[in-house]
Ligand binder design. Structure first.
Ligand code: PLP
Length: 384
């Protein structure tokens, strides 16, 4: 009898929550006005956008005027890094070696565009940024320091509170990509003095292609695109009202349920980790001793063909990811694992299982009953 497939790729994207979808529908149908229009249709759309901004701001502890809606996490990251680099074109740009490409590639592009240097700070074997090296670079007065709150591939949580404090003391803008941490860790800008913070709706059960950048009052930022005065001129263009509503609703629900969900999912992740370790004794758990997101398990499986592992799991009905989804499809070793000191050979056959709202204990048992046999089969092919 065929069994239902098992989705363990929530870090790549999560399904749209029913409540978010229902809240969005009116703004895709009857209430179609342009929020800049002065008539009733426009006012209705403006009220929904204002309400979404108020609600998202409340969830992260910001003032509504500090929330800029964007076209997703990538755009928020670009806006933060390039926006700061253009404000201080002579100054270096700093980030960690395990940033998502949305930051890493943008830091490099910023340096190309301004001619200023950039520094990519290494991480330790657990994927945690070498913070002393960041602090040493503060002397150079960078335009921005960007360190993600939690890594998308191995789940390692970064020392964001200390980094933000030290950057604030030094008068340097600090950006954190909180796309993976949001909804899984307490992410509050009234408790941590970040200057800029990115979130993305689709990681927390909102729509894809929608995100937001928190810009603390007083943080100077150049816009990347030009046009009207929407989003305080930082993100011109007619706003996606339905998307903003979906983000706000999904964010509220994720934060409301966070503690209970993380306890439940952390226990399931630990069960998966222990079961895989027992069945595959030479399996390596990445970032094993770091503080990790409760939802992520990243493993290296020596001897299994890197390019074959994820498709083989998919054939068995298990959706996992080889490193991050953005670099899947290539069997290049993950740059995150390489930065953590795992050499290409070990780093290549990696799998990330990421759990979410709908993950069940029964699914985890089915994964445990399936993965060891898949690995054994791949290893026998590899050695044949
Ligand atoms: N930053 C991190 C840490 C991510 O994991 C992702 C998505 O995988 C992004 C940024 C990009 O977000 P979006 O898909 O909304 O552009």
């Amino acid at each position: 009898m065929p069994t239902d497939p098992i989705y363990l790729d929530y870090s790549a994207t999560a399904p749209l929550r029913r409540e978010a979808r229902e809240a969005m529908l009116p703004y895709m149908e009857g209430c179609f006005g342009n929020p800049s229009s002065l008539h009733r249709w426009g006012r209705e759309a403006r009220a929904a956008l204002d309400d979404a901004r108020d609600r998202l701001a409340a969830v992260i502890g910001a003032a509504p005027s500090e929330v800029v809606f964007t076209r997703g996490g990538t755009e928020a990251d670009n806006m933060a890094v390039l926006g700061r680099a253009h404000c201080m074109p002579q100054a270096p740009v700093v980030c960690s070696a395990i940033e998502h490409k949305a930051v890493l590639a943008t830091v490099k592009a910023a340096a190309r565009l301004t001619g200023a240097p950039f520094h990519v700070v290494p991480v330790d074997g657990d994927g945690v940024v070498r913070e002393e090296q960041v602090y040493a670079l503060l002397e150079e007065k960078p335009s921005v320091v960007s360190v993600m709150w939690a890594n998308n591939e191995v789940g390692a949580v970064q020392p964001i509170e200390r980094l933000a404090d030290r950057c604030k003391e030094a008068g340097v803008s600090f950006h954190t990509d909180a796309v993976q941490a949001f909804g899984k860790l307490p992410v509050r800008v009234d408790e941590v003095p970040v200057s800029l913070l990115s979130v993305s709706a689709h990681k927390v059960g909102g729509p894809r292609g929608v995100g937001a950048l928190f810009v603390r009052k007083g943080t100077r930022l150049h816009p990347l695109i030009y046009g009207g005065s929407q989003e305080r001129g930082l993100r011109p263009g007619t706003e996606d009202v339905a998307g903003a509503v979906g983000l706000a609703v999904a964010a509220e629900l994720a934060v409301r349920d966070r503690e209970a969900d993380m306890v439940r999912l952390g226990a399931l992740r630990d069960r998966l980790e222990a079961g895989l370790r027992a069945a595959i004794p030479d399996l390596v758990v990445n970032a094993a001793t770091a503080k990790r997101l409760a939802t992520v398990l990243s493993v290296c499986i020596p001897g299994a063909d890197a390019g074959a592992l994820i498709p083989a799991l998919d054939l068995e009905g298990i959706a996992a990811s080889g490193g991050s989804a953005c670099s899947s499809g290539s069997s290049e070793p993950s740059y995150v694992l390489v930065a953590m000191g795992l050499d290409g050979q070990v780093a290549a056959p990696s799998a990330r299982f990421s759990l979410g709202k709908e993950t069940t204990a029964e699914e985890i048992e089915r994964v445990l009953a399936t993965v060891p046999a898949v690995v054994e089969r791949l290893r026998s092919f590899a050695s044949a």
